[in-house]
Design a protein around this ligand. Structure first.
Ligand SMILES: *Cc1c(COP(=O)(O)O)cnc(C)c1O
Length: 390
């Protein structure tokens, strides 16, 4: 594995992750539980490593998006409760029960399927009821005229044999957006969620053990009452975005590459596919073994700068599948083998995301499986993972 690091790699700073966790913990207070969102391989950081650290630090719950992601954690000895936020086909209920995985229940049809399967298997499936309060994605629709049908559907699910409704949750659509309109929308979602809970608990005659709604935006920007029993931050935990910066959190991932080859071209040379960049003078170009197949978006072509030891170097020409080029004309000390940061502590991911007209989430999730993840503690590499089948 040693050789793989000198191509393109992602450094995952476990100390930064630990600091971020502790800061968020302090912010939410002692009586609020912490669910770490580790779906999509922990936003590209490596779900096993991240989950194990969160478990060690005392997190209370994890969330993933599919049963495969949940099983990956269970088969690697992660013991924390795991909530699947997305859909699981009923054929998998036996495995959910066997591996003690909590499933979101999002509508009447699913509740019936899960209940029937659990009954048939003679087991109990732990579930969290998902309420749609305005995200308009998954969940029992409870807004406006749908309030009472929504409430009745949830009560019915909670009383179904084979299901243990441990929790209830909702998801905010605009809690991370600025402005009064978004604040009002989020507030309305929160109020509706509370109305639904109160009505359901009244009809059931018992209380949910875990009520939760706060994602990154709500954890960072909304009052403590929004934290309820448990918070569900993802992006914030990994230290990206304006809220992370405001809270003094650190970016966990640094995406890095090296200079593989250096060429000097005369004035007027077209660089890379399509020749969208032409040199204006004698130009020293570094070829980086990093392209869109590594997770470096092609839409950033000829728009961004990457950071060398002598500072930012302009990326030139189209970003290819496996390579791209940078201009290192006035950087004599930058040589073959020199490290280049695509994003990380020196080159903020937020800037690249904006240039690519996307969000940091999409960039970290796109770091591909051929990019080894190197895990750092105390500035020393303590572990490394490569997801290729070798
Ligand atoms: C992804 C997700 C989160 C975490 O969102 P962030 O914006 O990364 O904090 C929380 N809850 C649900 C239901 C999600 O799907």
């Amino acid at each position: 594995m040693e050789s793989t690091l000198r191509r393109t790699w992602a450094e995952v700073d476990l100390d930064a992750l630990e600091n971020n966790y502790r800061r968020i913990r302090k912010h939410i207070g002692e009586n609020v539980k912490f669910l770490g969102v580790v779906k999509a391989d922990a936003y590209g950081h490596g779900a096993i490593q991240v989950s194990k650290l969160l478990e060690k630090l005392g997190a209370d719950y994890l969330a993933v998006s599919s049963i495969d992601e949940a099983l990956e954690l269970r088969l690697n000895e992660v013991k924390l409760p795991i909530l699947i936020l997305g859909h699981t086909p009923k054929e998998q209920v036996d495995r959910l029960i066997e591996f003690d995985i909590t499933q979101a229940v999002t509508c009447k049809a699913k509740a019936i399927e899960y209940s029937e399967e659990a009954k048939r298997l003679g087991g109990t499936l732990k579930v969290h009821i998902k309420v749609d309060t305005g995200m308009s994605r998954l969940g029992y629709l409870c807004s406006g005229d749908n309030f009472f049908t929504g409430v009745d559907g949830i009560v019915e699910a909670c009383n179904m044999p084979g299901l243990d409704a441990e929790g209830i949750f909702t998801h905010f659509a605009v809690s991370d957006e600025p402005g009064e309109e978004c604040e009002n929308y989020t507030k309305k979602q929160f109020e509706l969620f509370n109305d639904v809970i109160n009505k359901v608990e009244e009809k059931l005659g018992r209380k949910f053990r875990l009520k939760h709604c706060a994602n990154t935006g709500a954890v960072a920007c909304y009052p403590k009452e929004y934290f309820m029993d448990m918070v569900r931050p993802g992006l914030l935990l990994y230290g990206y975005g304006e809220f992370a910066k405001k809270m003094g959190l650190e970016p966990v991932m640094s995406f890095k590459t090296t200079i593989s080859t250096i060429k000097v071209y005369p004035k007027g040379t077209a660089i890379s596919y399509g020749g969208i960049f032409k040199t204006e003078k004698t130009t020293r170009i570094g070829v980086l073994p990093c392209g869109y197949a590594d997770g470096f978006f092609r839409s950033l072509s000829n728009k961004c700068s990457l950071v060398t030891k002598e500072g930012p170097a302009k990326q030139r020409g189209k970003i290819c599948m496996d390579m791209c080029m940078i201009d290192i004309t006035d950087m004599p000390s930058v040589d073959v083998g020199s490290e280049v940061e695509i994003y990380g502590r020196k080159n903020p991911i937020e800037d690249l995301a904006e240039l690519a007209q996307t969000i940091p989430y999409e960039l970290t999730c796109a770091v591909s499986k051929r990019v080894p993840r190197a895990y750092f503690k105390n500035h020393k590499e303590i572990d490394r993972e490569l997801m290729l089948r070798i």
